[in-house]
Design a binder for this molecule. Structure first.
Ligand code: FO1
Length: 313
C-alpha cells in the first residue's frame, strides 16, 4: 500500500495519477484540511473537494478547483442581494458544501461525510482528511493576521508573509484511517505530492505524532518538488519561499523535507541541483514533474511509486 499526502491543485493532479496507477486497495490519499473554513454558514473543504472532483473526473481543469461546466446563478443572485461574493461557489459545487454541512451538523465526522460524498460521485479510492478535528492555517503578514482563504483568495496572496500558524494543530489527532495506515504493515511507501510545503504539507506534519510516525517507519518516503526551475507550477509557493527568507529552488524544497524524505523527485531542468540535494542526504530522482495531461499524471505517479517500491507500479 502507498500512502500519499496531498493538498491543492498539484496534490490533486498526482493523486489522480496514483489512482490511475494503483487499485483502490493499494492507495490511501490523506488530504490537508487546514484550508477549510466556514463561509456563508457552510463548511468548505477546498482541498478535499479538489482531490474528490479530480478523481471523479468532474473537475474544472482551467480553474484547478470546482466543477467543470459549472453555472453561477447562486453567486449572481447573492451579488444582487449585496452578499459576500469574493469566494466563488458554483451552483453544483454549492450542493457539496450544503450536504457536507448538513451531515456535520447532524453529528457525523469529516471522514464519514467525505466517504459518503465519494460514494455518491463514484470515487473508489480512499481519500481521507488528515484529521476530523479543526486545524486552520493562519497567515501572519505585513497586513496583520489573516485567515487562510482571506489571504489566498480575497487578497490574492498579495500581503508579504512573515509567519504561518496552524491553529488547532497541537490538539488535533490524525484521522482514524490516517493513523491506521501509518501503522499498517502493508504500507510500502509514502509519497508527498507536489503540494505547497508550507500551506498543504506542513499542516499535516504539524499534527502531533505524524512527523515522528513518518520518520520512524521503515518504508521509503519520496516527495515531488512543487518548484520547477525556481518557479512554482501553480500558486504562491515560490513567493512564500522568498518571503520566508529562502530561495525558491528544489534545494530549498529538499532542505524543507530534510530528515523526513529519502528521495526528492525533481524536473529535468533542475538537474544542476542534484549534488546539492545529495549533500542534504536526499537522493534526487529526475522525472517529468510538470503534469498537463492525465497521461503525464499517471507517468509521474508510476515513476514515484517505482522509486519508492521497485516493481510495484
Ligand atoms: N480559489 C480561488 O482562487 N478563488 C475562489 O473563488 C475559489 C473558490 C473555491 C470554492 C470551492 C473550492 O473547493 C475551492 C475554491 N477555491 C477558490 C480554491 C481554494 O481556495 C484553494 O485552491 C485552496 O484552498 C488552496 O489549496
Amino acid at each position: 500500500m502507498i500512502l500519499a499526502l496531498a493538498g491543492g491543485v498539484g496534490g490533486a493532479k498526482l493523486a489522480t495519477g496514483l489512482a490511475r496507477a494503483l487499485p483502490p486497495s493499494e492507495l490511501m490519499i490523506v488530504v490537508n484540511t487546514a484550508d477549510d473554513f466556514e463561509h456563508l454558514g457552510l463548511h468548505i473543504s477546498p482541498d478535499l473537494d479538489t482531490v474528490m472532483y479530480n478523481l471523479a473526473g468532474v473537475h474544472d481543469p482551467e480553474l484547478g478547483w470546482g466543477i467543470a461546466n459549472e453555472t453561477w446563478n447562486f453567486m449572481a443572485a447573492l451579488k444582487m442581494l449585496g452578499g459576500e461574493t469574493w469566494f466563488q461557489l458554483g451552483d453544483r459545487d454549492l450542493a457539496t458544501h450544503l450536504e457536507r454541512t448538513r451531515r456535520l451538523k447532524a453529528g457525523e465526522g469529516l471522514t464519514s461525510v467525505t466517504q459518503a460524498l465519494h460514494r455518491s460521485l463514484g470515487v473508489q479510492h480512499a481519500i481521507v482528511p488528515m484529521s476530523d478535528d479543526s486545524v486552520r492555517t493562519i497567515v501572519h503578514t505585513e497586513s496583520g493576521r489573516l485567515a487562510f482563504q482571506d489571504y489566498f483568495v480575497r487578497l490574492k496572496c498579495e500581503p508579504a508573509v512573515k509567519r504561518i500558524e496552524y491553529e488547532g494543530a497541537a490538539r488535533a489527532r490524525p484521522s482514524a484511517a490516517f493513523s491506521a495506515t501509518l501503522g499498517d504493515e502493508r504500507l510500502r511507501g509514502i509519497v508527498i505530492c507536489p503540494s505547497n510545503p508550507f500551506l498543504s504539507v506542513a499542516p499535516i506534519l504539524a499534527i502531533p505524532g505524524v512527523r515522528e510516525k513518518l520518520q520512524s517507519r521503515q518504508v521509503p518516503v519520496i516527495a515531488v518538488s512543487p518548484i520547477v526551475g525556481g518557479r512554482a507550477i501553480k500558486g504562491p509557493a515560490a513567493k512564500l519561499f522568498q518571503e520566508l527568507g529562502k530561495e525558491a529552488s528544489v534545494t530549498e524544497v529538499a532542505r524543507f523535507y530534510r530528515g523526513l524524505v529519502d528521495k526528492l523527485a525533481i524536473d529535468e531542468v533542475d538537474r544542476p541541483s542534484m549534488s546539492a540535494i545529495r549533500d542534504l542526504g536526499i537522493e534526487p530522482v529526475v522525472a517529468r514533474t510538470v503534469m498537463s495531461s492525465d497521461a503525464d499524471k499517471e507517468l509521474l505517479a508510476r515513476e514515484v511509486v517505482s522509486a519508492c517500491v521497485p516493481g510495484l507500479s
